[in-house]
Design a protein around this ligand. Structure first.
Ligand code: FAD
Length: 410
C-alpha cells in the first residue's frame, strides 16, 4: 500500500455507505471514494415499500447521513456516476467518460436490481418495479391516482407493497405462483398467516396463479392469468425477485457463481486479493453454515459493509452472522433470525391468530430460524438460540411459560 492509500467503494447503497463509515471508525485516515450511480445521498431502502411509499416520511428521514455528515467523515462522494470497468492489474476503476480513480483496496457493493416480468406487455408504461427512491416516488404518485392495482409476486416486496396500497385505500389483487404468500421463504404454515392477514385487510388473493400477459395498448390496463382470468388494473407492480449486479466483477474475471453474485471468502475477499464484495451482490462463504449464502437483507448489507471495511484494513475478520430480516405489513411487524427452509418442521409459541407469536424452524431438533411477530426485544436471545445449535424439545419451544433465556442456557 502507498503512504496515503485510497480505498474505493463502488455502490453507495447500504453496504457501501456503511463500509465508508466503518473505514473511518476503524481509524483509516487515507482517502475514501464512495461512488454511486444514483444521484441521491445514500439512503435506507426498506421504507420504500412502507412508510416512504405511503408518504409518511421524507427523503431526509431515510438518509444514512446528511451532506454535512459525509463531509465531516471526509468521504469523497461521487454520485450519479457509474463505474464501467475495473482494472485489477492497474488498480483503478473507470467511469463512462473515461475518468479513472486508483485504489489500494476496492469494495464492490453494487447491490441487486429487480427482475422484470418476461411476458407480453411486461414493459408497458404503468408497470412498476421498485428498488430506488425515484421508483418509490413514481409509484406513490401513481397509487394516489389509482382505484385498483395488481401486485405480481407475494414475496416480501410484493406483500409489503400490497399492504401499503391497501393502507392508502387502493383495491389490491395479489398474484402469486406459490400456494400462499412468502411460501418459498417461510413455508406453507407461516405463509398462510400472511395469506389470512392480507385477506382480512381486503386484498383479493390469486394463489397458484401465473401471469401470461400484461394487457393494454399504450399503458397497462390489466393482467391476464394462466387460466384466462383478467384482473383489471390502473397500474401493475412487479415484485418477482432481484438479480445481483455482478457484471463489473464477471467482466474482469472475478469468480461469480452461476448468476448468483460475486463469490467471496469468509472474510468477504473476492478471488482477487485486495478486492472485496459485500451486501446483496456478495455470495459469501458462511463459516458456520459451511456453505455460500447470498442474503438480500438490510442488516446483512450493513454488517457485511462494516466487516469488509475492517478487512480492507487487515483485520482478517470472518463474517459469521446469522441472517436477520424484518418486515412490517399492516399491524404485523416481525423479525426473522436465521435461515428457515420451507420444508422444515415449524413450532409455534403463542397462537398466530392472537396477532403476537413466535415461530421456530427446526432441523434435526435444532432451531435453524426463529421469528418474533409483534413481540419485541427478543432478537438477541433468538439469535443465541439459533447460534447455539443445541437440540431443544418442541414442547419447550412451544411452552410460553418457559422463559426464552432458559432455552438458551439449558
Ligand atoms: C423496497 C425495498 C424494501 C425492502 N425492505 C426490506 C426490509 O423490510 N427488511 C430487510 O431486511 N431488507 C429489506 N430490503 C432489502 C435491503 O434494502 C437490501 O438488502 C439492501 O438495500 C442491500 O444493500 P446493498 O448496499 O447491498 O445494495 P443496494 O442497496 O442495491 O445498493 C447498491 C448501489 O450500488 C449502485 N451501483 C450498482 N452498480 C454500480 C456501478 N457500476 N457504479 C456505481 N454505482 C453502482 C446501485 O445503483 C445502488 O445504489 C428492501 C429492499 C427494497 C428494494
Amino acid at each position: 500500500m502507498t503512504a496515503s492509500p485510497t480505498h474505493v467503494i463502488v455502490g453507495a447503497g447500504l453496504a457501501g455507505a456503511n463500509a465508508a463509515r466503518a473505514l473511518r471508525e476503524e481509524g483509516f485516515d487515507g482517502r475514501i471514494v464512495l461512488i454511486g450511480d444514483e444521484a441521491d445521498l445514500p439512503y435506507d431502502r426498506p421504507p420504500l415499500s412502507k412508510q416512504y411509499l405511503r408518504g409518511e416520511t421524507s427523503p431526509d428521514d431515510i438518509r444514512v447521513l446528511d451532506a454535512d455528515g459525509w463531509s465531516q467523515l471526509d468521504v469523497d462522494l461521487v454520485l450519479g456516476a457509474a463505474v464501467t470497468s475495473v482494472d485489477i492489474d492497474g488498480r483503478h476503476v473507470t467511469f463512462g467518460n473515461g475518468t479513472t480513480v486508483g485504489w489500494d483496496r476496492l469494495l464492490l457493493a453494487t447491490g441487486a436490481e429487480p427482475r422484470a416480468l418476461p411476458v407480453r406487455g411486461g414493459d408497458l408504461p404503468g408497470v412498476h418495479l421498485l428498488r430506488r427512491l425515484a421508483d418509490a416516488d413514481r409509484l406513490r404518485a401513481a397509487l394516489q391516482r389509482a382505484d385498483r392495482i395488481v401486485v405480481v409476486g407475494a414475496g416480501w416486496l410484493g406483500s409489503e407493497v400490497a399492504a401499503s396500497a391497501r393502507q392508502m385505500g387502493v383495491q389490491v389483487s395479489l398474484v402469486e405462483m406459490g400456494s400462499v404468500p412468502l411460501a418459498r421463504t417461510l413455508g406453507e404454515r407461516v405463509g398462510s398467516i400472511y395469506r389470512d392477514l392480507h385477506a382480512s385487510n381486503g386484498v383479493a388473493l390469486h394463489m397458484r396463479a401465473s401471469v401470461t400477459a400484461i394487457l393494454g395498448d399504450r399503458r397497462a390496463t390489466g393482467v391476464q392469468l394462466h387460466d384466462g382470468t383478467v384482473l383489471p388494473a390502473d397500474l401493475v407492480v412487479v415484485g418477482v425477485g432481484v438479480r445481483p449486479r455482478a457484471q463489473l466483477a464477471s467482466r474482469v474475471g472475478l469468480a461469480v457463481g452461476n448468476g448468483n453474485g460475486i463469490e467471496v471468502d469468509a472474510e468477504l475477499q473476492t478471488s482477487a486479493p485486495g478486492i472485496y464484495a459485500a451486501g446483496d451482490v456478495a455470495s459469501a462463504w458462511h463459516p458456520v453454515l459451511n456453505r455460500r449464502l447470498r442474503v438480500e437483507h438490510w442488516a446483512n448489507a450493513i454488517h457485511q459493509g462494516r466487516v469488509a471495511a475492517a478487512n480492507m484494513l487487515g483485520a482478517n475478520r470472518p463474517y459469521d452472522r446469522q441472517p436477520y430480516f424484518f418486515s412490517d405489513q399492516y399491524d404485523l411487524g416481525m423479525e426473522l433470525t436465521g435461515h428457515p427452509d420451507p420444508a422444515m418442521e415449524v413450532v409455534f409459541r403463542g397462537d398466530p391468530s392472537d396477532g403476537a407469536f413466535m415461530a421456530f424452524w427446526l432441523a434435526d431438533g435444532r432451531v435453524s430460524a426463529a421469528m418474533n411477530a409483534n413481540i419485541w426485544d427478543v432478537t438477541d436471545t433468538l439469535r443465541e438460540l439459533v447460534e447455539s445449535g443445541r437440540p431443544i424439545a418442541s414442547e419447550r419451544l412451544a411452552d410460553p411459560s418457559e422463559p426464552l433465556d432458559a432455552l438458551v442456557s439449558s
